[in-house]
Design a protein around this ligand. Structure first.
Ligand SMILES: C=C1C[C@]23C[C@H]1CC[C@H]2[C@@]12CCC[C@@](C)(C(=O)O1)[C@H]2[C@@H]3C(=O)O
Ligand SMILES: O=C(O)CCC(=O)C(=O)O
Ligand SMILES: [Fe+2]
Length: 359
């Protein structure tokens, strides 16, 4: 039995700057501890000069005959794209959004009953990356892996549980299928097929993949321009699939464009390349730096499906993508090892497993 995501942080406690969550509703102005300046994040106001033309991540129709190439090209230039006609039922997207809304509407003392412990994986709390910043983020989150029953029991009475657990399980199943389809479509565009990746071809997806769900809530904020919902980061995953409610906030970074807002397109899903897919593609696919901003009038919800390989699988650059004379850009690493590296070194984690070739 491979180790599970639930064990990943056992030896890696996160010490958060404050022991309790703020009660956002009681704040009418932004406290200093929530006010971000470029000192707290060098890329805070990053913009190219001269200003770049407005561009956005592509919206790709999964039914389009050329979808594989469009996805491949988006993974190389942006590391992110949106998809329509993805096959996930609209009612399920509405269901998970409703559940997320109900969860965060609970009074703080109830949510804290399901608080994530310092070494735990699942439950209610601030983003794990909070420990790398001096300022607090204007958001709250809830992490789920596998069945949410144990955590949901702490929040809701018995009669809600079946329905809420069914929604989460159905959502995880649909996302799992979609993520695997997207991975193979994008690899096809690089000429990589199932024969080239042994761990994935020998088994069905449900044997080699695992995942987590991250529910995020960004309450309305008195001074959104000075606050940060979720600070700039890359995901450690192969792929992340994100559902956002109808409120903008997600931004992706491009060296030549600066921060680009991803507009909500009702019914569509946002996909982003994570660090492990960047490694697998030998650097061809970009693991995209992204963040979430907040809003003065509308609260924002998002549901991230974080998808990667089981903990015993070593990810390394696909040999076909390493040129015959070149050497792989990265050494091999499991998701667990990588999450631990990330828990200590955050945005430096990728460079720590990069091969430095002596000329
Ligand atoms: C399986 C994962 C992936 C995690 C850690 C763990 C559970 C929660 C994920 C996130 C979600 C929010 C951003 C991030 C950076 C964070 O702080 O928690 C993610 C992180 C990662 O992608 O590295
Ligand atoms: O809320 C968002 O749009 C981004 C969430 C995110 O990046 C994450 O949960 O990893
Ligand atoms: Fe993310």
């Amino acid at each position: 039995m491979p180790t599970m995501l639930t064990d990943v942080f056992r030896g890696h406690p996160i010490h958060l700057p404050h022991s309790h969550q703020p009660d956002f509703t009681s704040l009418s102005e932004l406290p200093d501890s929530y006010t971000w300046t470029p000192k707290d994040d060098p890329l805070l106001d990053a913009a190219p000069s001269p200003p770049a033309a407005s561009e956005n991540i592509p919206l790709i129709d999964l039914n389009h005959p050329d979808a594989a190439n469009q996805i491949g090209s988006a993974c190389r230039t942006w590391g992110a794209f949106q998809i329509a006609n993805h096959g996930v039922p609209l009612e399920l997207l509405q269901g998970i959004e409703f559940l997320t809304g109900s969860l965060f509407q609970l009074p703080v003392h109830r949510k804290l009953k399901a608080a994530r412990s310092e070494t735990g994986f699942s439950g209610y709390g601030v983003a794990r990356i909070s420990s790398f910043f001096n300022k607090q983020m204007w958001s709250e989150g809830f992490t789920i892996t596998g069945s949410p029953l144990n955590d949901f029991r702490k929040l809701w009475p018995q009669h809600h549980l079946n329905n809420y657990c069914d929604i989460v399980e159905e959502y995880e199943e649909q996302m799992q299928k979609l993520a695997s389809k997207l991975m193979w479509l994008s690899l096809t565009s690089l000429g990589v097929s199932e024969e080239d990746i042994k761990w994935a071809s020998a088994n069905s997806d449900s044997d080699w993949a695992q995942s987590a769900l991250q529910l995020n809530h960004y309450p309305v904020c008195p001074e959104p321009d000075r606050a940060m919902g979720l600070a700039a980061h890359t995901d450690s995953t192969l792929l992340t699939i994100l559902h956002q409610n109808n409120t903008a906030g997600l931004q992706v970074f491009r060296d030549d464009l600066g921060w680009v807002t991803v507009p909500p397109v009702p019914g569509s899903l946002v996909v982003n390349v994570g660090d492990l897919f960047h490694i697998l593609s030998n650097g061809l696919f970009k693991s995209v730096l992204h963040r979430a901003r907040v809003n003065q009038t509308r609260s924002r919800l998002s549901v991230a499906f974080l998808w990667g390989p089981q903990s015993d699988i070593k990810i390394s650059p696909v040999p076909k993508l390493v040129s015959p004379v070149g050497s792989p850009l990265y050494r091999s690493v499991t998701w667990t090892e990588y999450l631990r590296t990330k828990a200590t070194h955050f945005n430096e984690a990728l460079s720590m497993i990069r091969n430095h070739i002596d000329e």
